[in-house]
Ligand binder design. Sequence first.
Ligand code: MCA
Ligand code: AMP
Length: 458
Amino acid sequence: MLTALTGVFGDRADAVTVAGRCASYEELLGAAQAVAADLAEASVPAFAVTATASLETVAAVVGGLLAGVPCVPLPPDAGPAEREHILRDSGARLIEVDFTRRVPAARRAVSAVGSALGDPALILYTSGTTGAPKGVVLSGAAITADLDALADAWEWSAQDTLVHGLPLFHVHGLVLGVLGALRTGSRLVHTGRPTPEAYAEAAAAGGSLYFGVPTVWSRIAAAPESAAALAGARLLVSGSAALPAPVFRDLERLTGHRPVERYGMTESLITVSGRAGGEVRPGTVGTPLAGITTRIAAEPGAEIGELQLTGPTLFSGYLGRPEATAAAYTEDGWFRTGDIAAVDGDGVHRIVGRASTDMIKSGGYRIGAGEIENALLDHPQVREAAVVGVPDADLGQRIVAFVVAEGVTGTELTDFVATYLSVHKRPREVRFIAAVPRNAMGKPQKRLLLEGEGAGPV
Ligand code: MCA
Ligand code: AMP
């Protein structure tokens, strides 16, 4: 999987740059082999690393692949509830990486990565509509199939310099943004944070392929000088949430590029994408990647319905949750994305919404309403809580918590969630209400809470 580390594309002192620090492939491999040696000795089912945007995180993930031990990247801002859940659920041992400690590179070991491709490579924790996050087990085979299909779709090669500043604990930043670079041999410039200024600066360093979530692209479109610096890029790619058409048009005007949109999930990796050099229409996510088959489960006579798919990029299951894994598939074996989609006459897919209002996408992060509600209910002053995603120009959706509580302020509740779970899961707004509206079965009626908030999630 780690083709670049075998040396076939040569090496350079700045092959991998993360948050201003550079490493050659040789240095990265040496640090990763030190991690792999420790893991081989420890004999653990999985290991965790605090996934800061750093060379240490990259070395940990590569070390895990070399040792054949799955890595659980922990969000660096995870509070005690989230951290403890992930560590307990995965059984992973938390390790620390010293990037200066190196075991001399043995390239033969690298070539062997991928010989047991069905083995778990990564366990990524992601939210469902209810309950605590589940561990999504991804095999080396699924990751390799996805990266090869994306390289094909985007004409992504060792000639590219990949630029992004996305978190290293999700598919976008870690699988595409790190392992993708190490598979294709493209130089990687991780900017630390995905700010317009940092993306523009990386253009001077030869950036050709740029990744961002829509919030990042919308902030770049609002910073014309930074956007203009991307004119010399080869391809701009957006994903993790819907790219608003006005942002698409602003980017085209300012950069001269029509951004390619692609669609995926932690469980399926990236499955549908626009193509480099192909026709790209705003509001569409392209066609299925090589090996992926999709179908729309629509009511008779309807053209939109749940997007379902099959293919080699699918996950191996939710860790330790066979029922949840089974529930993610239809009886005839198709993966249920929970996204509502339509397919145009030419096969181009459009994502029009989500089946559940309980799955929120904010800044490209997937956040389950249930997890935030449970956290709020853990606060002693809160009696009822209902969490929804409200349309937001910057974040796509922003988390709004409706609570029944006394003797506590909205800021206190926001801070409680930010520190107990993680910063990106905090409600951006807390509204105090007398009671959560419920139906006869006692189920919260969230659509009533969303009334008057504009076009809510489908
Ligand atoms: C504010 N802050 C607080 C609080 N309020 N901290 C603690 N308590 C509070 N009450 C501080 C934070 O510490 C942070 O400080 C600062 O506010 C900003 O935090 P945040 O809200 O996270 O930043 P943002 O600017 O709103 O973030 C926008 C973003 C981010 C950068 C676009 O949402 C992001 O990185 N999104 C990427 C998500 C992603 O990668 N998703 C991919 C999922 P300081 O600045 O000092 O740190 S994978 C996927 O979806 C699939 C497979 C796919 O298709 O890709
Ligand atoms: P995650 O598991 O965090 O990767 O989130 C996956 C979800 O992100 C999908 O189920 C979609 O709802 C959403 N998503 C990803 N890419 C896109 C896109 N290009 N357009 C619309 N929604 C997207």
